[in-house]
Design a protein around this ligand. Structure first.
Ligand SMILES: [Zn+2]
Length: 285
């Protein structure tokens, strides 16, 4: 097991006992009673840190996309209505995730929704916060670790610079995990969207199926209970662990962006643990 995955596993197991605090919107950690610096001061500190460090490990999570208009996952808002309006009217969903967890009566109906979901993220433009981040990192040695599945980072950076540890909407896996293969989802999604038109369901022959066993396919993402943790998954952890190995003695800035309290063991807690362990590491203000 690679270094970063081991850290995540340890922190996940440990935080079972700490989850109650997170679930209440609180934290299991004792917080300092020091007042936060004024916002302008925090920006200045951050700019100085970016100048001074040798390299940056970015931990990018959902807030980064939400701040740039990817805010349709949990809310019934204008963005949600624009992309999912016909489903909101028919089923009363309030946000994209509600439909993802719905018990669909048929595969054709399920894929009408899932194809819409995947099409929405795959065809979203690069969002502003990612452009800003790219400008900030322009002259730095950096690596990105992300829990986002919406492929925003993949729209600007090459495969070797990003670890997507919760999956990626561009791939399908077997829903039964009969094989370690994942395969392209983008073509089948386009075909489903085109065939569906204004309707709510896809034709039976377009329901994506595993080429090995014929069972239904599923997007290669965590969150539905059957996330394939095979070769591609291990590769994500290998990328970030190799980067950390190569930079461990340098001045690393651990930069948390848009990380919430839902899954603290993937970015936030490992970043804190690594900052404490590595000789010249710092976290962003
Ligand atoms: Zn299969």
């Amino acid at each position: 097991m690679t270094l970063y995955e081991q850290l995540v596993v340890e922190l996940t197991n440990r935080s079972f006992s700490l989850q109650a605090a997170y679930r209440n919107g609180s934290t299991p950690y004792e917080l300092s009673d020091r007042e936060p610096e004024p916002y302008d001061q925090q920006i200045d500190d951050f700019a100085r840190m970016i100048e001074e460090v040798d390299c940056v490990l970015v931990g990018g999570a959902s807030g980064l996309s939400a701040a740039g208009g990817g805010d349709f996952y949990y809310e019934d808002n204008a963005t949600y209505r624009r992309h999912f309006g016909k489903f909101a009217e028919r089923y009363g969903f309030k946000g994209a995730f509600e439909g993802s967890f719905y018990r669909w009566p048929t595969a054709e109906a399920r894929w009408g929704y899932l194809a819409t979901f995947l099409d929405t993220t795959l065809n979203a433009p690069l969002r502003e916060p990612y452009k800003d981040l790219d400008a900030i990192l322009a002259k730095k040695d950096f690596f990105v670790l992300t829990t986002n599945q919406d492929t925003q980072f993949m729209k600007i950076y090459p495969w070797e610079k990003v670890a997507e540890i919760q999956g990626d909407h561009r791939f399908f896996q077997c829903s039964r995990c009969c094989t370690d293969d994942v395969w392209d989802a983008t073509e089948p999604v386009s075909r489903m969207i085109e065939a569906m038109g204004d309707g709510l369901e896809v034709p039976t022959e377009l329901v994506p199926r595993c080429p090995h066993c014929g069972e239904e396919a599923f997007p290669w993402v965590r969150g539905y209970g059957n996330f394939l943790q095979g070769k591609l998954y291990e590769e994500q952890y290998r990328k970030v662990s190799d980067w950390l190995d190569a930079h461990a003695q340098q001045r690393i800035l651990f930069l948390e962006l848009g990380v919430g309290r839902m899954t603290p063991a993937f970015i936030q807690e490992p970043f804190w643990a690594l900052t404490a362990q590595l000789p010249q590491a710092a976290t962003s203000p």
